[in-house]
Design a binder for this molecule. Structure first.
Ligand SMILES: [Zn+2]
Length: 241
């Protein structure tokens, strides 16, 4: 049966002398595909089976077996990302993160979240903000989502004055002890990140201070609650700080 899937190649493994097995992150989840002869210089598949190729993949689909790649139509060459080492770092990490989330809790919305994030980064939007939005939305699928409505200690919806990653969310005035104080802009923007539809973002006017506050919050929260330790995150941190 011939089948068409849309997605991005997230890994490739050599198979024999001339073939490769590629894993494509698609709107149907992760699909493993045999790309026969794709390492050979003459193969028409050669340039379309590299990691991070974004396209439509036509497969001879086999239920419960490895499908065979027939042909590929490129949707976008993601050239702005692929010519910038920092953006490649973001692409690698976001791909890894979505893959890990899909393994734990597949949901087809994750694919749209992923593709929209990558396209916005390719369009030149601030990659740190886009990445943080993906991370924040991803928490719900990992089962450790943040409650954006109430104080984590007492459940009050009133007088929220800061947020603390170690305690897992908002802190109200009555429960405040000695947590790091975050201004109202940071608190509001964190919630906006969670609610926004990435595909609708056209420009971002957020101060560096707020961007960094949120990034620090999310980094600490991820380390503490998700149990994910990704090499691609370490690499990204190394090239961006
Ligand atoms: Zn409270």
């Amino acid at each position: 049966m011939l089948k068409e899937v849309e997605g991005i190649i997230i890994s490739e493994t050599n198979y024999g002398e001339t073939s490769k097995i590629i894993n494509i992150l698609t709107n149907d989840g992760i699909v493993g595909v045999m790309a026969k002869g794709s390492k050979s210089l003459k193969s028409p598949l050669r340039s379309y089976t590299q990691k991070f190729t974004y396209g439509k993949f036509y497969l001879y689909y086999k239920e419960n077996k490895l499908s065979i790649l027939k042909s590929v139509d490129i949707i976008d060459d993601l050239i702005s990302i692929k010519t910038n080492i920092e953006l490649i770092g973001y692409l690698s990490y976001i791909s890894d993160l979505i893959y890990q989330i899909m393994k734990q809790n597949y949901d087809k919305d994750l694919y749209n979240l992923y593709i929209n994030a990558i396209l916005k980064i390719n369009d030149g939007l601030n990659p740190k903000i886009i990445c943080n939005i993906v991370e924040l939305k991803g928490l719900d699928y990992l089962g450790v989502g943040i409650n954006f409505n109430t104080c984590v200690k007492c459940g009050s919806m009133k007088n929220i004055i800061t947020i603390n990653p170690d305690e897992g969310g908002y802190i109200c005035k009555n429960c405040y002890t000695n947590e790091k104080y975050h201004d109202e802009k940071t608190l509001k923007m964190l919630r906006m990140y969670y609610l926004v539809d990435i595909s609708s973002i056209s420009d971002l006017k957020i101060s560096d201070e707020v961007i960094n506050n949120i990034n620090n919050f999310i980094n600490i929260y991820y380390e503490r609650y998700t149990g994910l330790y990704l090499k691609s995150k370490k690499f990204l941190d190394a090239i961006t700080t």
